[in-house]
Design a protein around this ligand. Structure first.
Ligand SMILES: NC(=O)c1ccc[n+]([C@@H]2O[C@H](COP(=O)([O-])OP(=O)(O)OC[C@H]3O[C@@H](n4cnc5c(N)ncnc54)[C@H](O)[C@@H]3O)[C@@H](O)[C@H]2O)c1
Length: 444
């Protein structure tokens, strides 16, 4: 099948690569000419395990192309997939500017029937707005061409995106037209072999399903973080509590890890957008507003612990930071907890020596050269001459560290663990103080 994808970011690039890998002819359109040039040269700008090889293979086979030529893109695909960003607007609602730009582009160039597939995360009702925009642009050209707008939200996880796309838990297709549903079923057939995972529903329900999924996951995290903060104050160990509740199959062990807050390009913005959507229809979402508030506070928890440990005086301190990415296996630092921590440390006059296996370049891009940030090549380098260590991202290589080396390298033998990676007793046996989330040493 011929597929056009607007937007070559995490979602667009992974979608394009995976559809090309299964034999389709995919044209990826992006407005960022530099990105398109890099992709044409086989240089994948994001870190996503397995992606580079698939892109290279399919570019070579002629099944995957990158262009800035939107007209050629509209001409190419029966399926016009929209995977552009929907960043938060000032009031937290989703900014649909890029989505509506693509709709105008499709309307300006389409000459025959097209199926517009919305992969971007968009508020309920956006499908209707996209259809109206295309129809309006067509009318300006004196045309009235048949078109469909389908909601097909993407559920991939950064860091496991290729695997998630190839073996999805579910494929949500929002359309009221059985013929369009059948075409999407054919398109997704290669990813739907082991059992039927395709769920057909109306457009609005599909749009809301995506927000509901992210909001539920964010709620689980904020719930656990709230409990962790309570555990600390009452002398309980949140990790024991986690196992205690996870063993109830109605609760389950998945996604109930306490930590120093969620970040990334999805949970924070999608929770805010859902709160804004609710407000827009006159409904106050108390629960989701609280989820967001708890998370904002949680992102400062490591800093607050460090500050308290040093009696409020951080000027001149050097803090080693392990982990910059918002989660492991990605170089994405959008809304990462590391940023909240580092920015607070800098404001308090401290310096940061940070190490991340893949997000160094991204950190350099965001913060540039600054005297109070050293980006290290090795985990050990971040400890050398540092007063304390803070762990922000649970990369695998941090899981079994040389605790004796940590003790010897740090000026103050103290670890602030934002991801509860270690057994507190083991850390203490090595002569280190250990402050984690909802467990570890008390710090009142
Ligand atoms: N990142 C994720 O893990 C993830 C997962 C599921 C859903 N989503 C959703 O998918 C959407 C895209 O997210 P992302 O992380 O891939 O974004 P991204 O910022 O990585 O990529 C968006 C791309 O769209 C391009 N673009 C902007 N305007 C364009 C236009 N008019 N025509 C063509 N290209 C244009 C940008 O240059 C950029 O390359 C968002 O709505 C997001 O919420 C993201």
């Amino acid at each position: 099948m011929n597929i056009t994808i607007f937007g070559s970011g995490y979602v667009g690039l992974v979608t394009g690569a995976c559809f090309a890998e299964t034999g389709n002819h995919v044209v990826c359109v992006d407005v960022d000419a530099a990105k398109v040039e890099r992709l044409r040269a086989g240089d994948v700008p994001i870190y996503e395990p397995g992606l580079e090889a698939i892109v290279a293979r399919n570019v070579k086979a002629g099944r995957l192309e990158f262009t800035t030529d939107a007209a050629a893109g509209v001409e190419h695909g029966l399926f016009q997939m929209v995977a552009v960003g929907t960043p938060p607007d000032q009031d937290g609602s989703a900014d649909l500017q890029h989505v509506l730009d693509v709709a105008s582009t499709i309307g300006a160039h389409m000459r025959e029937y097209r199926i517009v597939v919305m992969k971007s995360t968009v508020p309920v009702g956006t499908g209707d707005r996209v259809r109206e925009r295309i129809r309006h642009t067509l009318a300006e050209r004196g045309l009235d061409i048949e078109l469909d707008v389908v909601s097909n939200p993407e559920f991939l996880k950064e860091g496991a995106a290729v695997g998630d796309f190839m073996k999805p838990d579910r494929i949500v297709v929002g359309t009221n037209d059985p013929r369009t549903a059948a075409l999407l079923r054919t398109l997704y057939e290669p990813f739907n072999r082991n059992r039927d995972r395709l769920l057909v529903m109306d457009v609005r329900s599909a749009e809301l399903t995506k927000y509901a999924a992210n909001a539920m996951l964010a709620t689980k995290i904020s719930f656990m973080n709230e409990l962790a903060n309570l555990a600390e104050r009452v002398g309980a160990d949140i990790e024991d509590v986690r196992i205690g509740i996870g063993s109830d199959p109605r609760i389950g062990y998945e996604f109930i890890y306490p930590g120093c807050g969620y970040g990334g390009s999805c949970f924070p913005k999608d929770v805010r957008a859902l709160v804004a959507s609710a407000g827009g229809v006159g409904y106050e979402s108390s629960l989701l507003s609280a989820v967001e508030k708890v998370n904002e506070r949680q992102k400062s928890v490591l800093f607050e612990k460090i500050k308290r440990f040093y009696g409020g005086e951080l000027k001149g301190k050097v803090i080693g930071v392990w982990g910059l990415a918002f989660k492991p296996n990605t170089n994405d630092m959008r809304e990462a907890s590391s940023r909240t921590l580092m920015e607070a440390l800098w404001k308090a006059g401290a310096k940061v020596q940070a190490y991340d296996p893949v997000a160094r370049e991204e950190a350099a891009r965001i913060y540039g050269e600054r005297a109070d940030l050293k980006l290290c090549q090795r985990a050990g380098e971040a400890l050398e001459g540092a007063d304390a260590l803070a762990i922000v991202t649970e990369w695998r290589e941090f899981r079994s560290p040389d605790l004796a080396q940590i003790k010897d390298s740090l000026r103050d033998p103290v670890v602030f663990d934002g991801r509860n990676l270690y057994d507190p007793d083991l850390v203490r046996q090595h002569g280190l103080r250990y402050f984690a989330i909802g467990r570890g040493d008390a710090l009142m």
